[in-house]
Design a protein around this ligand. Structure first.
Ligand code: DC
Length: 226
């Protein structure tokens, strides 16, 4: 298999990016880069430090001082913030809106994009987020853009949270996702948008396995991996 590929997966919250990227990375033996988790780490560190999230410079200071890393072991992806495993804490609902806000700051994005490109330099990576194909890796070998209708996404998020022991309703998730969609798509720096050369896949009516297989087929065809 040829080495050194970058595959990007972008799309709105709940479109299935994370599960798809994780499964695909393990199928292809690629590294999975969850860039949403990085913005979530900045938000969590700011919340823990009692920093006013509306204070862009203060949040920028947090982004510049935290150490974010990933640990891939035994098919598990752990997110480390200053050496501590925060994989569960960054998924708390309060971190959803906080991460959306901190990710709108240019100073935060610059620091995260630098780090993302460092991870990407290793190659054979699936980078998942909002601006992977448009800004961070514009020369990626393959760009995927996932979409799904709001109701499906809210249902999925609700199940994920409930599985993690966090109570939430479909109504709550519908409201949270639609406000995050609006904010992420309309911010000034690197808004969520589809790269012109991305392959769009609607995951509303297909299962996770079908969606992974569909993208796997595109990957194999486009990157001549067989
Ligand atoms: O994918 P996620 O829900 O974990 O992302 C959390 C927030 O981070 C999301 O509301 C928007 C932001 N984000 C971003 O701006 N750019 C990325 N590449 C990834 C996430």
């Amino acid at each position: 298999m040829k080495k050194g590929f970058i595959i990007t997966i972008d799309g709105p919250a709940g479109s299935g990016k994370s599960s798809t990227a994780r499964l695909l990375a393990s199928k292809l033996d690629f590294l999975y880069l969850d860039t949403g988790a990085m913005y979530r780490c900045v938000a969590l560190a700011a919340l823990d430090a009692g920093v006013d999230l509306k204070n862009e410079n203060a949040v920028g200071g947090v982004a510049g001082s935290v150490n974010i890393d990933f640990l891939h072991a035994d098919d598990e992806n752990k997110v480390l913030l200053d050496g501590e495993d925060v994989s569960s804490r960054i998924r708390e609902p309060r971190v959803d809106s906080a991460s959306s806000l901190v990710s709108s700051y240019r100073i935060v994005r610059e620091k995260m994009v630098d780090l993302q490109r460092k991870f990407g330099a290793k190659g054979d990576i699936i980078a998942e987020g909002r601006d992977m194909g448009t800004v961070v890796f514009p020369d990626a070998d393959l760009k995927i853009f996932l979409v799904a209708d709001l109701e499906t996404r809210a249902r999925r998020r609700c199940l994920q949270l409930n599985d993690a022991g966090i109570e939430s309703s479909i109504e709550e998730q519908t409201a949270s996702l639609s406000s995050r969609d609006m904010f992420d798509s309309n911010r000034k720096f690197s808004p969520l948008e589809k790269a012109p050369d991305a392959v769009e896949i609607d995951t509303s009516n297909i299962s996770l396995n079908e969606q992974v297989q569909k993208i796997y087929d595109v990957v194999v065809r486009r990157l001549n991996l067989e």
